[in-house]
Write a protein that binds this ligand. Structure first.
Ligand code: ZN
Length: 87
């Protein structure tokens, strides 16, 4: 279970927001709202949301809480809210 997170989250094959396919070489980033991988287009849209500054302030802590319950301790994963990454 705990080893699954990388495949499920980091190597997701589609944007969790718009369902656009994400290839292994395409950059993706974590949503500040759902902590799931989204495409860069959706990230730009997210940044326009009026509550984004507020949400982004607490997102690392929130991500750690949510992902620890589901996947165990994957703290560094949460920093991909800031850094686009590849699978
Ligand atoms: Zn998308």
């Amino acid at each position: 279970m705990k080893e699954d997170w990388e495949e499920k989250l980091a190597c997701a094959v589609a944007c969790s927001s718009c369902d656009k396919a994400i290839g292994p070489q395409d950059l993706r980033i974590l949503s500040s709202y759902t902590h799931l991988p989204i495409c860069m287009d959706c990230k730009k849209t997210e940044e326009q949301r009026p509550d984004y500054p507020e949400v982004s302030q607490g997102m690392i802590g929130q991500c750690m809480i949510e992902t620890e319950i589901l996947y165990g301790d994957i703290g560094s994963y949460c920093y991909h809210h800031f850094y686009p990454f590849k699978c």
